[in-house]
Design a protein around this ligand. Sequence first.
Ligand code: LMR
Length: 398
Amino acid sequence: MFQSLQATPADPILGLNQQFQQDKNSDKINLSVGVYQDADGNTPVFRAVKAAEAELLELQKSKSYIAQAGDARFLDGSLDLLLGADKVRELGDRVAAVMTPGGCGALRMLAELLVQTNPDSTVWVSDPTWPNHFPLLQSAGLKLEKYAYYDLAKNGIDFDAMLQDIEKIPAGDVVLLHGCCHNPTGADLTPAQWDTVLEVMQRNGHVAFIDVAYMGFGDGLEQDAYGIRRAVDLLPEVIIANSCSKNFGLYRERTGAAIIISDSESATAAAKSHVMAAARRCYSMSPYHGAGIAGLVMSNEAYRQDWIQELGDIRDRMNRLRIDLAEGLNNAQSVMDFSFIAKTHGMFCFLGIPEQVVLDLRSEYAIYLLNSTRINVAGLSETNLPVVVEKVAEVLSR
Ligand code: LMR
């Protein structure tokens, strides 16, 4: 049966990470996949996650199924974190959440919901966007189109072009926005720009589909929620895919939530039932372990404070590395001005160098970044940063 099958092309992110793992060069540097690494190159378990996990294992009396929508403590905690407790109270049953296997699970289940609601739905994504948005959403049956976002020539958002494109999106279509820490560019909308985009979407009757995978990695948990909260204030229908992979460090536990907000309790209930039905036909129910841990961290004040502290330390370190990279590159070469890097948010930014430089860095120095020139800032360290600066400057200046 499988004799005639051709292997699929490697995933642009996971495939490159795999290539890195197999590289025998002992000086190799991994700036590919979005995973946080500390100064020693490890991806540590958050202190509060470790403690909550131990408590959970100790107290857990059963492995029986939980409610189909998922763990209430996790879902309530996620809603409060994203929307703010006051807003959650105000929305009442106009907001609903379903636990999902990671942010990808949430994106896919919400895509299934959109296809059920309108098989002709078009989702507009930023140009560029996270490469996996395409297979993940298109294979559910959605059509994807791009709106202008990042200007490679200017190394920043082309806001006028973005607005012009959003203005042209037909009523009822869905606009996918990155809640914060845009992947792959790290270029985020300012609060004023969020307001403007969302006002256009409100006027034109668009649905907001917000992907939030890096909350807390930008300017802080509250600040990073600005766009999401503003969207919920302005638009009648907002759907949110939330991931706990990065901000709780729960990557392999596949922890996330699909969130639906509408202007009527019955519409939200119906949409939630469709998300649960989609989950049932794909994998039945989401895994519990990571959500159980995150739910406990968010609901226990001591764990919660410790988690916020550790997340803040990680954010500060990444911001220092980002500034050091920008300054280092500017001091080491004169081909390009890299000051824009210091203004980016979250785990990623584009270097904006020619693709050949990316390929040469990989083949000659085992420095791995995506062909798009995206680097994972969290893959830099106090030790490898000078090497990255030196090699990028050298190859770029040839
Ligand atoms: C990334 O963009 O590197 C991460 O979100 C990991 C992934 O699954 O692609």
